[in-house]
Design a protein around this ligand. Sequence first.
Ligand SMILES: C[S@@+](CC[C@H](N)C(=O)[O-])C[C@H]1O[C@@H](n2cnc3c(N)ncnc32)[C@H](O)[C@@H]1O
Length: 273
Amino acid sequence: MPDTMAISTSKPDRFDRDGQDQLIDVQDLQAALPGIRRLRNWAQDALALQPGESAVDIGSGTGSEVFAFADRVGPTGTALGVEPDPQLLNAAERRAKQYESTAKFVSGDAYGLPFGSETFDAALCERVFQHLTAPARAAGEIARVLKPGGRVVVMDSDWGTAIVHPGDRGVVRQVIETMVAGTTNPFAGRQLAGQLTAAGLVVDDIGSHALIQESGIGAGALVARVADMAVARGAITEPQRDQLIADLEAGAASGDIHLSVTIFAVLAHKPSA
Ligand SMILES: C[S@@+](CC[C@H](N)C(=O)[O-])C[C@H]1O[C@@H](n2cnc3c(N)ncnc32)[C@H](O)[C@@H]1O
């Protein structure tokens, strides 16, 4: 299950191990996943940024997509990232210096973007809506800051599409339900088009990619952790958890393992007045 950040209950974007904050490492690992790379390429092509344009990435994390924006809009354009987490913001700013990129980063929140109306030619919001309690408000903010004719890609996972194989189906269902229960907005992916439409945008295309966990990692830390959570909430027993992990390890050893979740990406534009 690649989107590890989605399942912690209190701080969904953090993955602490041995007391160390792994946030930046996790983002870098996720950026390297083939499904994420393919969707990002799709998003960058769909946004079709031109030299001199202005583009914003909302919830920009470590800034990788803002660096790509900066390359496309060139020295006469504007490439901005908005990020509420100070640690990620600092990492993005450090990388901008290191890469000698013109990308800029500002502290801000999807619920109240720190920009005037009709500022940007293009916007991106990747795997942020799953963390939002009021995604419709964020969609409204995106619509507000886009210029008439401006384009946006919003992409997010939908935990209703999660697959854990092999394993007893009843146990797997409970583990996935536990993951759903621990995610702020677990069905974000399927709702994106409706939320952008309700915000006054016109949907032009919808794409998707399954993020498939590499078989080499066996049951994986995420499934093990969610299975522990399922035991803690009384959804499965300890022996059922142990059997599931054993089944997954055996599947990994024989090549019969599949852990995935699907991410949906919606391209939309703001109609001209
Ligand atoms: C899964 S990470 C994705 C980061 C980046 N978009 C990427 O694709 O690499 C989720 C991001 O959403 C950000 N986030 C969470 N809540 C947010 C909010 N209310 N407004 C803006 N960003 C938010 C987090 O700080 C984090 O950077």
